[in-house]
Design a protein around this ligand. Structure first.
Ligand SMILES: [Zn+2]
Length: 108
């Protein structure tokens, strides 16, 4: 997988940003709309940095190691499950947690 495709601000993202900014302006008072949009943008950048790190970082502690394993499992073992990048929370909510691999099942 090419490194360029893992990071933010592809052309489509600018279109999304305009749509999100327009939506925020509709919903929020003008005095807080820039702050709300900035928060959304920061959250997206953090999400994207996490995704990049999971692909290219070498985590040493257990939490990021497990996240990396969980995410690479999504890309290389079960593409239709395990969509969570920063946590498996929404996979648990939507029932898309992948089953343990045969190797993991033997370790348990
Ligand atoms: Zn990925």
């Amino acid at each position: 997988m090419a490194k360029n495709f893992l990071t933010f601000f592809k052309m489509i993202d600018y279109i999304y940003a305009i749509l999100i900014w327009s939506s925020v302006k509709l919903v929020c008072p003008p005095s807080i709309a820039p702050a709300v949009f900035g928060g959304i943008l920061l959250g997206y950048v953090m999400y994207d940095c996490t995704h990049y790190y999971l692909h290219h970082g070498q985590p040493k502690s257990d939490v990021p190691k497990n996240l990396k394993k969980y995410h690479l499992n999504h890309h290389y073992r079960v593409q239709s499950l395990g969509f969570g990048i920063t946590s498996p929370f929404w996979d648990k909510v939507f029932g898309t947690v992948p089953p343990p691999s045969k190797v993991d099942a033997k370790r348990r």
